[in-house]
Design a protein around this ligand. Structure first.
Ligand SMILES: [Zn+2]
Length: 373
């Protein structure tokens, strides 16, 4: 009987009112009271507390059942913000994300990664100036997530495998010493999957394939990213696709990475833009290369699909260039090579076209904050 104290119930009601407004964009007092089975004085009390804390505002009016206009309330999306950072070999992207998961600002800098104190200091300086430009109070910033190409310890404190950047073994202290905010690392493919889950909350089971400059993958099970026993789940980039094939940075040969990453398309082109321009101009070399890329991708997806019978979501730097004809080709090829009759459409493009990694690195702080309101 005494499982919940009066304080717990009050907290639950207060939290319920906030989340109701969050979910409805605009909400009126009477509707909150009706839908949450609360008395009007209780709702008023919670609304006042939320208004005092600056978490909600009065925002216009709504039609009410008794004909009079009722005051509408909405959440203050930027009452708290999170910073997401994507660290690539040659580039840095910093985003500010509000409580609705919207990007409030973006900054990119061409700062090549280097495992040195001067690099971490320079990046921290960029982040602090980014926060300064957002014109927010220090306590409005919930934390800073760093998305990068590497496997991360469960607590987000350490890079346990970072061969692409050469950062295995670094701890979050490299940034924490300069940034007085909660900080953590997040594996970049996991970031992209987190972003997908945010944009598509109905998603239950899926394999997210990040066709980035370096490839990555993340397995989504029951609406959450599954990391496995040692954080290696989803690292499909190192599955062997061609025995004794091309050299992979992991030290092995013929990994999926060598045939399906964005970098694998750049043997004759300086960037993806110029590759896809040539493809559009129907240049033979680009056409042949693209055809073989899709062939390898079809084999990879088919293998994954037989291991886990779920949707496959394609994201990463190549994804914005994928046409519906490419997805049709993949489906068609897979139907030809798979062991079972396959009629359904199961390959989709990710929802967020840009900055999925940096935004995904920021989102866990927002989710935790919303959960504890
Ligand atoms: Zn490999």
């Amino acid at each position: 009987m005494d499982k919940f104290s009066l304080k717990d119930i009050k907290k639950l009601n207060y939290s319920g009112v906030y989340h109701y407004i969050y979910q409805h964009d605009l909400a009126a007092k009477q509707a909150i009271a009706n839908d949450l089975s609360m008395s009007l004085p209780t709702v008023t009390q919670h609304l006042n507390t939320l208004l005092e804390k600056g978490l909600i505002v009065q925002n216009g009016s709504l039609n009410s059942s008794i004909g009079r206009k009722a005051t509408a309330y909405s959440i203050v999306a930027d009452s708290k913000l999170t910073i997401g950072v994507e660290i690539l070999k040659q580039r840095l992207t910093i985003v500010g994300v509000d409580l609705r998961g919207n990007t409030v600002n973006v900054k990119t800098r061409d700062i090549p990664y280097d495992n040195s104190d001067s690099y971490y200091q320079a990046v921290s300086k960029e982040i602090l100036s980014f926060i300064h430009d957002l014109n927010v109070r220090e306590d409005q910033v919930l934390g800073i997530g760093f998305g990068l190409q590497g496997l991360v310890s469960q607590d987000g404190e350490e890079i346990i495998y970072g061969k692409v950047l050469g950062c295995t073994g670094i701890t979050i202290r490299v940034f924490k010493q300069y940034l007085d905010y909660p900080c953590r690392f997040v594996h970049d493919a996991e970031c992209a999957a987190i972003c997908e889950l945010w944009d598509n909350p109905q998603l239950q089971d899926a394999m997210y394939l990040s066709l980035g400059y370096h490839m990555g993958g993340a397995l989504i099970i029951n609406g959450a990213v599954s990391n496995g026993r040692t954080g290696r789940t989803g690292t499909i980039e190192h599955m062997t696709l061609v025995p004794d094939g091309l050299d992979c940075y992991c030290g092995q040969k013929g990994c999926v990475e060598c045939y399906c990453s964005a970098l694998s398309l750049l043997t004759r082109h300086k960037d993806l833009e110029s590759f896809f321009q040539d493809l559009q101009a129907q240049k033979k070399t680009a056409q042949n290369h693209w055809r073989s890329y899709l062939e390898y991708l079809a084999i990879t997806i088919n293998n994954l699909h037989m291991t886990i019978d779920c949707d496959i979501i394609l994201g990463g730097h190549v994804a914005p260039y994928l046409q519906s004809t490419d997805l049709d080709f993949l489906h068609r090829r897979i139907r030809e090579i798979t062991a079972f009759p396959e009629h359904d459409t199961f390959i989709f493009l990710g929802a967020r076209k840009k900055h999925a990694v940096s935004i995904g690195a920021a989102l866990p702080y927002i989710r935790t904050y919303l959960e504890q309101i």
